[in-house]
Design a protein. Structure first.
Length: 293
């Protein structure tokens, strides 16, 4: 059985840890509210932008000729993996890394063996995980969460788009955690490039639109903007998911610390009681020995 000093030291240590996890939970909750507002406001815009592009570009020659829609034999792939910069958020980072590895195994295993799968890491945890596994990792954008805004993410999107247009990559995929609520994050895999044609629902394809400026100019402007918004939405989703996962993990850690403290205090009281009983027995025994002497 542990001594009273050892048990007291463990109680003090766990109590300090509990205070830290409780504070981290409160910080994550505050950040989650802001991050949730950001993704909630962007989603309708991103969905409408994508819908508009699908509607306007249906059957348009300009859209078909866009370098971002040119499907070709895949010889080199870019996987954009969005994780966090810090840990202590449960399985958040692990799930994203596992999903990316599963995607590579299922679709690009031969390319990976020949070193033709490159990882663009947004978030330090993803960068570290894939570097350990020997993948070529683009670390130009791992600090995107330091000052998260559209300009920062746009630079990453433009690098991927330019790489695809120049033929450096033949396909670009995004792996990220989609935010549902604080307790639920769903890992998503989306193809960013080449653009997958969106089927036009209903009779919108038969509508004759009046374009101002020209149809070609509108589509030429819409396609890059939609791609950049797609990546920005994924990053905002991942950011909100990170804070939700951390809040949940720290809440659970705080509860576990409380349960452990209860057990340790019970052990402490039992140990103390046993020590007192032993001391009393020793005193009684000594008194009896003196009386019989």
């Amino acid at each position: 059985m542990a001594s009273l000093k050892e048990v007291r030291a463990r109680i003090t240590s766990i109590n300090s840890t509990q205070q830290i996890t409780k504070a981290m939970k409160m910080v994550a909750a505050a950040k989650l509210r802001r991050a949730q507002d950001n993704i909630t406001q962007l989603r309708p815009y991103a969905q409408k932008l994508s819908q508009m592009l699908g509607t306007v570009s249906a059957g348009a020659e300009t859209a078909a000729e866009s370098p971002y829609k040119q499907a070709r034999t895949v010889g080199r792939a870019l996987i954009i993996v969005i994780t966090s910069d810090r840990g202590l958020c449960g399985a958040f980072n692990t799930n994203a890394v596992k999903a990316a590895l599963l995607l590579i195994d299922e679709k690009y295993a031969a390319l990976a063996r020949s070193g033709n799968v490159e990882i663009m890491a947004i978030g330090k945890k993803g960068s570290e995980a894939f570097q350990r596994r020997g993948f070529p990792v683009n670390t130009n954008h791992i600090d995107a969460f330091t000052a998260l805004n559209f300009t920062t993410v746009k630079a990453a999107a433009e690098e991927a788009m330019n790489g695809f247009a120049s033929g450096r990559y033949d396909v670009v995929e995004i792996v990220y955690n989609e935010f549902k609520n604080a307790a639920m994050q769903i890992v998503r895999t989306e193809q960013m490039l080449p653009i997958v044609a969106t089927p036009v629902v209903g009779s919108t394809a038969a509508i004759n639109y009046l374009f101002e400026p020209t149809e070609a100019e509108i589509i030429t402007e819409l396609i890059p903007k939609t791609l950049k918004t797609q990546l920005y939405k994924a990053v905002l989703d991942s950011n909100a998911s990170e804070h939700g996962a951390r809040m949940t993990a720290m809440d659970k850690a705080t509860e576990n610390a409380g349960e452990l403290l209860k057990e340790l205090r019970l052990i402490y009281n039992r140990t103390r009681q046993a020590a007192i009983t032993t001391e009393i027995l020793e005193i009684v025994g000594g008194a009896e020995a003196l009386a019989s002497a």
